[in-house]
Design a protein around this ligand. Structure first.
Ligand code: NAD
Length: 182
């Protein structure tokens, strides 16, 4: 049985890794879909699809799981939810079941006639992209929340500095006329 796990992975963290381990107890093979593949360099989505592929593939290699995850596929958003499942299917090899914790994604797959399963959440307060990006911005320790291979990728691309620069750019965008600082 081949499964699909779809997510933004901004960044890929240890919660995602645990989900993959769980799915591989039920599925023979896993496709990892990188959602919102067209978005990067924003506060919520700082990393490109290519950078996310590098993070995921190096973490899976480090954990000895890469052989069971046959494809990592970027999936850009479409601005029509009713067409999304067809769009996902057009970009991926055949899969039998989808795993997602995202309620909208789950509903869209079910309405599209595809079995959609929910997986348990692992310490969501800690293992979440939002928390990791918050820690990066506030200078707190974030490295223990992602696999060691992901730490290396983020450091090699200056990911934390990028996030801080993006935040600064966004503040400037919001200045009112006459203001010189946020
Ligand atoms: P995410 O990276 O937040 O999560 C990926 C998966 O990991 C999810 O199933 C989530 O439940 C799970 N996860 C995260 N933290 C976990 C933890 N600590 N323990 C266990 N599991 C954990 O990504 P997401 O927001 O679910 O991604 C959905 C993607 O689908 C987005 O890119 C979204 O844009 C896309 N989408 C697009 C459309 C469209 O284009 N019209 C419609 C629906 C969804």
């Amino acid at each position: 049985m081949r499964a699909l796990l779809i997510g933004r992975y901004q960044p890929f963290h240890k919660g995602h890794l645990e989900v993959i381990r769980c799915i591989l107890k039920e599925a023979d093979d896993l496709i990892i879909g990188i959602g919102s593949a067209q978005i990067s360099h924003t506060i919520d989505n700082p990393f490109t699809a290519g950078e996310r592929i590098t993070m995921i593939s190096s973490a899976l290699r480090e954990e000895g799981l890469i052989e069971r995850c046959s494809y990592i596929i970027p999936i850009p958003d479409v601005w029509n939810n009713a067409l999304w499942v067809t769009h996902v299917k057009s970009l991926t090899p055949h899969f039998d079941v989808v795993y997602t914790g995202n309620p909208l994604a789950r509903r869209l797959f079910r309405e599209g006639g595809i079995e959609a399963r929910e997986q348990p959440l692992f310490d969501r307060a800690k293992y979440s992209g939002t928390e990791i990006r918050r820690r990066m911005l506030s200078g707190e320790e974030w490295e223990s929340l992602v696999p060691p291979a992901v730490v290396k990728v983020i450091k090699s691309i200056g990911g934390v500095e990028r996030l801080r620069d993006i935040t600064r750019s966004d503040k400037i965008t919001y200045l009112r006329p006459g203001e010189t600082s946020p």
